[in-house]
Design a protein. Structure first.
Length: 452
């Protein structure tokens, strides 16, 4: 019995010790098993995410194929898609051989997608104007759709782009501009070919809807061809020029056919007109810049037609200078800004005097304009005008305007303008004009930026 009792005690103590050892080892094994399970769960989660991405991609590809309804792949731009696979090292156990990547070719959009790549940007801009008041010298219609401009613009290839602007008015259709621009010529040259507004000053290069006022200045109407200005078919060559002290300098030379409204009129094929412009620009600070320019234009006019003189001997020479000061704080430009601009014009026009003598009329004109953006929606401005007449320098018009513009959004404008004019009817007589003009502008589609 004693031996049995001793043997039982030894067995009891042995079981207790084994239990204690097992209790110390079990947590380590449990921790190791838990870490292995976590790694497997993370690996499975990564695999599930990868598979979900592939499923979404396949669904989009199937939708594109259904939309095209084309049994054969189009010859458009194609993208190579490869199925993603987890790295072998991410899986538990021995590394498995890498699975071959399944590749397929996908065409986005098919024929319709390719057509979009070739379509140009198309826009429509409407310009509705109303006038009230009195103007006995140059009255305007009470209400008119002044202009509907369709713009078609596209990049032809990496070396050229094309722009066309067609104006639809109440009296007909006019190609306002249509030209191609070659941007990758040697020596840093830029060439434009087609019909375009001449690079003479600032207002002449700007379309009606892009002006900060409803009408054009008196100097433009009296000396630079009116609303259409110098707008003709020809060539334009421009280049950036080296300049000191952080100045930006650009020179432009243009040759036109010689027909621009009533300003230039060619009677022979060789009676072309020429325009030159030199622009200098500099940042005065991060929010203020100065823009200066000088311009010159020369062409034949119609004063000698039907006279005893040779028509090709009658020329018109135009000289211009412009200055623009802008203040646009970078962080608050859409809320507050200021612009001041002035342009000077001098015209020398050959013509026949009332006594049937050859003479040259010298006329001077100018305007000054200031505009301040009060907040995001409203701008206020004012303009002063003074100009002689190209055909009779003794007649001098003057006037001023107050302008208020409301911007519902960047795609529309509502503008009101009070205009007073002291207009010459003879060298000694004048007629005063008091008018109120209002304008509604709207834009549809993508429309490129206008000259800065």
């Amino acid at each position: 019995m004693k031996r049995f009792a001793v043997l039982s005690a030894l067995l009891l103590f042995s079981s207790i010790a084994h239990a204690q050892d097992a209790s110390t080892v079990s947590p380590k094994r449990d921790a190791s098993a838990a870490s292995t399970e976590d790694a497997r769960m993370k690996t499975l989660e990564e695999q599930v995410r990868t598979l979900a991405g592939e499923v979404a991609l396949l669904r989009s590809e199937l939708k594109e194929l259904r939309d095209t309804k084309s049994p054969e792949p189009a010859s458009g731009p194609q993208v190579l898609l490869a199925s993603a696979h987890p790295e072998p090292g991410m899986l538990p156990g021995p590394p498995a051989p890498a699975a071959p990547q399944a590749a397929q070719t996908q065409t986005f959009g098919g024929a319709s997608g390719n057509a979009k790549l070739l379509n140009p940007d198309i826009s429509l801009i409407g310009d509705f104007i109303g006038t009230a008041g009195r103007n006995a010298v140059s009255p305007s219609r009470s209400l008119e759709l002044h202009e509907s401009e369709v713009g078609i613009q596209a990049i032809i290839d990496p070396y050229a782009r094309a722009d066309a602007f067609i104006s639809f008015g109440e009296t007909g259709v006019n190609v306002e501009e249509g030209y191609v621009t070659f941007t990758a010529l040697p020596a840093g040259l830029l060439l434009k070919v087609g019909k375009m507004r001449a690079d003479f000053g600032k207002v002449n290069t700007t379309h009606n809807h892009a002006l900060p006022f409803i009408d054009r200045p008196l100097a433009t109407n009296n000396l630079v061809g009116g609303e259409d200005g110098i707008d003709d078919a020809g060539f334009s060559l421009s280049r950036f020029l080296p300049a000191p002290k952080n100045w930006f300098l650009e020179g432009t030379a243009q040759i036109f056919r010689g027909d621009s409204s009533d300003l230039f009129q060619a009677s022979r094929r060789q009676d072309v007109s020429a325009v030159g412009h030199l622009r200098a620009y500099r940042d005065l600070s991060e929010s203020t810049n100065l823009d200066l320019g000088v311009s010159y234009a020369r062409g034949h006019n119609n004063a000698g037609i039907g006279t005893a003189f040779i028509p090709s001997n009658f020329l018109t020479n135009l000289y211009g200078g412009d200055a623009t000061l802008r203040w646009k704080p970078l962080r608050r430009a859409i809320y507050h800004s200021f612009l001041f601009r002035t342009e000077l014009f001098w015209s020398a026009r050959d013509q026949v005097s009332t006594a049937a003598f050859f003479q040259t009329q010298h006329a001077f004109g100018m305007y000054s304009y200031a505009e301040y953006r009060v907040n995001r929606r409203w701008t206020v401005g004012g303009r002063f005008d003074r100009s002689g007449h190209a055909t009779d320098a003794r007649l001098t018009d003057s006037g001023f305007s107050g302008i208020l513009t409301y911007w519902p959004s960047e795609f529309s404008q509502i503008r009101g303008q009070y205009r007073f004019g002291h207009l010459a009817t003879s060298p000694t007589d004048f007629s005063n004009a008091n008018e109120f003009l209002f304008q509604f502008l709207f834009v549809m589609g993508a429309h490129g930026a206008h000259p800065f």
